[in-house]
Each structure stands twice: as structure tokens, then as C-alpha cells.
Design a protein around this ligand. Structure first.
Ligand code: FMN
Ligand code: SF4
Length: 454
């Protein structure tokens, strides 16, 4: 039986007649929370966000209230708010829906957040390819400006703040917050070293800066509407609010689906929400949080203890869809990109595809990442071209081990985790492919190509 979504952020998104213009948004109660926010003390809004327990929806799942608390307010420098709309993690396609269909929700969430942190100016850093999204945002900002919902002396409150939309050029690394800041300053998006460059202390133009994801900033509007403690009741403790799951791959009904955290299991998402797999197919694996999250094998048994001390013993279909449960099974909810693979998937080809992406996107500052990620790509590439070697699985793993944890930014992990997890869970397929290709080469069925790759 199909399970009904429980939408908060996407509440009006696909409603017939709902449009992205400001009049429609106002008719649906839009900007009431901004009106309320500017009458509140900024620190009270920060306290509500802290009480809500809302965790960042961009990837790392860091509590937004805590991040705001780290803001260096004593420096006397201007504070900036940046909305990360780069949405570059493969498998993720939720932020662009908000921007296309409900841009005023984002603008309201941003203005409530900007007021709470007393930002002088706010930015939306949008992925370059999202040209339509950029135009929609520009128009929506102009509409809001005309109604004094942003700009000078917002709603007569004495608080002034504007939003600038900045288009990236379409690089994955521009989504990493310090790379994004460099890019916003007009430089190449080379991530900065943390410490000292934690944005809350030394961010945009060396000033305290909060970078949050589109969905996280939309949540702030709802936190003001219902209060932090009520918001925290959606989901489970430590996993509050809803999550938008972007489901792609071998399901009958791929798409975006919003549920309270932990309200459904991975099995319910695949079978009851997305209509199951293609006829006659079996589940093979799932990447639950965007391509950088570790892959889960369909026939695995996941046992251990949750953060709250509860023991668990789950099959893949039993895993509750929330931050802590996905972390407990050795992966993460990341950016919410759930990639489903059935038994027709060639794991070497799937990893080759992922490696191709990461090798293209390394910024090149750190040697292990600049050299190692393209090496991994070359190995999986030669494997799918008929030149697989039996030792390739171990070689891939060893390269990944030498990248993760040894780089300036978390791209190193993002590129290594898929390799490490694919090899840990599907090494037999990598070895089998090498043996099969060697046998075919020997039998003259497969041309032995000279490889200059490594
Ligand atoms: C390589 C890399 C790419 C990232 N891409 C994105 C992205 O496209 N969108 C995003 O919101 N966060 C992305 N992040 C996470 C951001 O660095 C940052 O943590 C996030 O924007 C903070 O927002 P949140 O706390 O609301 O999640 C990326 C991180 C890394 C390491
Ligand atoms: S880990 Fe990779 S992407 Fe990140 S700074 Fe180093 S080279 Fe650039």
C-alpha cells in the first residue's frame, strides 16, 4: 500500500494552481513568519533554532543552532549569510525544486535567518547550470523588495538586509562551503584550511559568515511558525524535522518525497513510496545519501548500538530513514540522494561512473586528491575496457585509504568512501571481472590492450 507523504517544505509545491509568484505565496500565509521574526529579539530566534535541533540538510548534518552559536559576534566585522544552492552532489535534486516552485519560501527563511544572526547582507550561491532557477530567484527577490520584505528598513523594523544571487560556473567543489566563499569573492574555488577558516569566524571577506543549505534555511521559517520545541517533535530526538529524499535509479517511481525523519524505513521508501523495483528485478544495493555516501548491500545484516544506546539488528529494508540510523549502519543521510541499484547493476561500471565524476571535480590543491582520485578513475576505466587486473581491487582500496583524512577538505573523503565501500562490499565482483577478462584475453576473445594509464 502506498504510504502518504507528510510534507512541510514541499507542502504547496505540487498543489494545482500554486505558482512561484509573490501574490500566491502571500495568499498561502507567506511572509507571516518574517513579520513575526522582526518583532522578536534576534537571540530568541537563535534559541528557537537551537531548541528545534534542526541539522543541516546540505550533507554533514551539523546542527544549525550550534553553527549559529559559533558565530564570532565580538569581532565588530559585518556578518554575512550565504545560502548554498550549488546542489552538486550526484543523486540530489531537491533544492532546485524549492527554487523553481517556491522561491519565496527560501527568501522568507533566509530573511528570518539573516535577522536572527543580524547579517548585513545575504547571498544565494546558485549552481551555474541552474539558469532558470537564477532568473526565478531574481524575479522573486525583486517582488519581495517592492513589498519591503527585504532591503532597507524591512517592514519598518529598522533592520536592513538585501539578498544577492551569485551564479557559480558549475563545479562540485563550489558546494564545499569554503570553496564557495572563495568563489563568491571572485577567486578559483579552492577550499580553505580549517582551522583557521571556519566560516563562522573567518568566512566571506574574512568576516563571520553562516553558510546553510537551501532546505535548512527553509526549515527556519517553519521553526518560527511552530516554535523550536514543537518542530523538534517532528521526527525523533536528534533527528528532528522532515527530510526530502531524492530517489533515483532502478525504482518504478523515482522522484522527491518528504517525510518526517525516521517516519519510514528504506524498504518502505523503495517499495511503498517509489512503487518497488522494475518487474523481475531484485534489490542489489543502495547509496543512501548522495554519491559520496557509503554503499549498502541488500543482503547485509546491520547490527550495533544507536547513539541513544538502543541495540539494532536490521536488514537493509528495516533501516529507518534518519541521520543517526544511516550513520549507525556505516553510511550517512548526506544530501538525501537515495540511489537504488537492482541486480542488473555492474558494480565495477557503477564505481567507474562515480570515479569519473570525482576525478573531474578535484580542485587540485592537495597531492593525494589531485593525483589519487584520477588514478582511481583510470583503474576503474581500464577495468571496464577489458584490462582489469586481479590486484586492482586492493590497489583501489589502498589509494582511497591514502586520500581519506589527508586533504584540505572533505572532498578527499567524498571521493574515497565510494571506492572503499564498493571494494569492502563487492570485492568479489571486481576480482571476478579481472579473472573473466584474463580468461577471455587468453582465449583470444578480448584484445589485450596496451595501457598507458598507470
Ligand atoms: C565536496 C563538497 C561538496 C559539497 N556540496 C554541497 C552542496 O552542493 N550543497 C550544500 O548545501 N552543501 C554542500 N556541501 C556541504 C557544505 O560544505 C556545507 O557543509 C553546507 O552547505 C552547510 O549547510 P548545512 O549546515 O545547512 O547543511 C559540500 C561539501 C563538500 C565537502
Ligand atoms: S581535497 Fe581535493 S578538492 Fe579538497 S582542497 Fe584538496 S585537492 Fe581540492
Amino acid at each position: 500500500m502506498a504510504i502518504q507523504e507528510q510534507r512541510l517544505i514541499f507542502k504547496h509545491l505540487d498543489e494545482p494552481g500554486y505558482s512561484n509568484d509573490i501574490d500566491c505565496y502571500l495568499r498561502h500565509g507567506g511572509y507571516e513568519q518574517l513579520k513575526q521574526a522582526v518583532t522578536m529579539k534576534p537571540e530568541d530566534i537563535c534559541a528557537e533554532v537551537m531548541d528545534s535541533g534542526v541539522r543541516g540538510r546540505g550533507g554533514a548534518g551539523f546542527p544549525a543552532g550550534m553553527k549559529w552559536k559559533f558565530l564570532d559576534r565580538k569581532s565588530g566585522k559585518p556578518i554575512y549569510l550565504v545560502c548554498n544552492a550549488d546542489e552538486s552532489e550526484p543523486g540530489t535534486f531537491k533544492d532546485r525544486q524549492i527554487i523553481h516552485k517556491d522561491p519565496h519560501q527560501l527568501i522568507e527563511g533566509m530573511m528570518c535567518s539573516a535577522y536572527a544572526i543580524q547579517a548585513k547582507l545575504a547571498f544565494i550561491y546558485i549552481r551555474g547550470e541552474f539558469f532558470q532557477g537564477y532568473r526565478i530567484l531574481e524575479r522573486a527577490i525583486e517582488e519581495a523588495r517592492e513589498k519591503n520584505l527585504l532591503g532597507e528598513n524591512i517592514l519598518g523594523s529598522g533592520y536592513s538586509c538585501d539578498i544577492i544571487v551569485h551564479r557559480g560556473a558549475g563545479a562540485y567543489i563550489c558546494g564545499e562551503e569554503t570553496g564557495l566563499i572563495e568563489s563568491l569573492e571572485g577567486f578559483r574555488a579552492n577550499p580553505r584550511i580549517k582551522p583557521p577558516y571556519f566560516p563562522a569566524a573567518l568566512g566571506l571577506y574574512q568576516c563571520p559568515t553562516i553558510v546553510n543549505n537551501v532546505e535548512t534555511l527553509c526549515d527556519v521559517k517553519h521553526i518560527i511558525e511552530m516554535g523550536g520545541k514543537e518542530f523538534a517533535k517532528i521526527g525523533t530526538p536528534g533527528n528532528s524535522g522532515t527530510r526530502i529524499w531524492c530517489v533515483s535509479g532502478h525504482v518504478q517511481k523515482p522522484g522527491y518525497y518528504e517525510f518526517p525523519c525516521a517516519a519510514i524505513t528504506l524498504g518502505q521508501l523503495i517499495y511503498d513510496v517509489c512503487g518497488g523495483l522494475k518487474p523481475g528485478r531484485k534489490l542489489k544495493a543502495v547509496i543512501p545519501g548522495g554519491s559520496s555516501s557509503k554503499i549498502l548491500r541488500a543482503d547485509e545484516r546491520f547490527t550495533g548500538k544507536l547513539k541513544n544506546g538502543t541495540d539494532f539488528d536490521w536488514g537493509i529494508e528495516d533501516i529507518p530513514m534518519d541521520f543517526d540510523s544511516l550513520m549507525a549502519v556505516g553510511s550517512m543521510s548526506g544530501s538525501g540522494g537515495v540511489i537504488v541499484m537492482d541486480d542488473s547493476t555492474d558494480m565495477v561500471e557503477a564505481l567507474a561512473n562515480i570515479n569519473y565524476f570525482y576525478a573531474h571535480e578535484s580542485c587540485g590543491q592537495c597531492t593525494p586528491c589531485r593525483e589519487g582520485v584520477p588514478w582511481m578513475r583510470k583503474i576503474t576505466q581500464r577495468m571496464i575496457e577489458g584490462n582489469a587486473r586481479e590486484e586492482d581491487a586492493d590497489l583501489l582500496n589502498s589509494i582511497a585509504d591514502q586520500i581519506a583524512g589527508r586533504t584540505i577538505c572533505a572532498f578527499g573523503e567524498a571521493a574515497s568512501w565510494p571506492v572503499q565501500s564498493f571494494i569492502a562490499k563487492f570485492k568479489d565482483e571486481f576480482v571476478e571481472k579481472a579473472r573473466e577478462q584474463a580468461a577471455r584475453r587468453k582465449a583470444g576473445e578480448l584484445a589485450a590492450k596496451e595501457t598507458t594509464l598507470i
